[in-house]
Design a protein around this ligand. Sequence first.
Ligand code: GDP
Length: 456
Amino acid sequence: MQMSADTIFALSSGRPPAAIAVVRVSGPAAGAALQALIGKIPAPRQAALARVRDPASGEMIDEGLALWFPGPRSETGEDTAELQMHGGRAVIAGVLAALARVPGCRPAEAGEFTRRAFENGRLDLTRVEGLADLVGADTEAQRRQAFRQMRGALGDRAETWRTQLIEALALVEARIDFPDEGDVPENLIAPALAKAQELRDEIANTLADQRRGERLREGLVVAIAGPPNAGKSSLLNRIARRDAAIVSPFAGTTRDVIEVHLDLDGSPVTFLDTAGIRDSTDPVEQEGVRRARERAAAADLVLWVMDSSASGEIAGEAIAQEFPNNAKWIVWNKIDLVSALRIKSLKSIVHKLNYPSYFISALTESGFGEFLEVLRGHAQEFLGSTEPALVTRTRHRYALENAVAALERALNEPAAREDVVAEELRLAGRALGRLTGRVDVEDVLDVIFRDFCIGK
Ligand code: GDP
């Protein structure tokens, strides 16, 4: 099934220069493109040596490998060609320019290959999402979850449920269509409702997962906040063990939120350095502050960093005001600058504050190891067991909740009226169809493919 007249091409491998570059071509003119560039079409699915020539000048651009995947048994479902060349910028530019000259060929948009795979029925929507997550996976557990989803763990389950729903619906519709006919048994509605009950329980069971899948996919989001110069960026650097944030002796130089994605012993954790959070009159800085606030407000945990050596009030109320809905820890930094007595008195103060408190030095690493250990444990606990979950996005949860709600309405229909039950079963099936992208797909497609890169 070839849905698009255009043939698309793009660099599908990473940023050049690199050892190898992979350029993919998909669409009806993919074969013609191979003919034009390498003068032949290799045997299907077998690598062949390819001398790539510019079709206009005849000059050889590079030597590499070519692969030919005739549709519909290709990733996109269309005729697809793949060129593997040396990953130099000029080589890639030359090949892309040559492809642009092949009639019917144009550069692909972000996610367009995958979009065609979806449109040609090669991937359902949950598999597309799994593919996006696989590309974005930072940790082993995230990879495992994404891979399962790409292989259809959720999509196939939803399709099975939908098929069972259609069977139940057929029973009810038989009663509606032939209400008086003797050979249609009276009690068709009872087995249909039994099936609905079974499905309701099974889907509800899938949803009762403490949001494990969504949590693993997103990771633990930790905002690092607190007054300027307390050492937020230094702490983040210490955690990341690389120069991810700007450490500066001047207040407020980190204008924007800096995000650092880390694999903390297998737990995906995103740190937000919100060093810019403070009032400012500079419009650029104000925008940074606004974004920082917004991101931090949704964090799963706030590390409120304080300078142990600074005099002034303990910001107990400020923390509660700024982060009313988050778990909060206070990190007393710069303990290398203060006396043991000062630490002792701080400890007695924070005792009353009711936030877990840690005393560290981002500079000397004193207390830092213990602190990181607690943070690791927290991340592990937050992300829950490693038992795989099927639901990995709010979109999935929403669709399944809608299906459960419709099934419950069908089950609670007091008189078990066939037309009402049938309508609710239809709605439940529709919710499942939306999950896999069988129905009502238009409004979600753009959102999903927006996350893809060009060449995917
Ligand atoms: P931020 O504004 O909260 O991000 O603070 P920075 O991380 O930029 O740190 C402000 C200043 O404090 C810098 O000069 C750091 O080198 C210094 N600093 C950070 N942590 C420590 C620490 O544990 N001990 C000492 N002595 N200085 C620190």
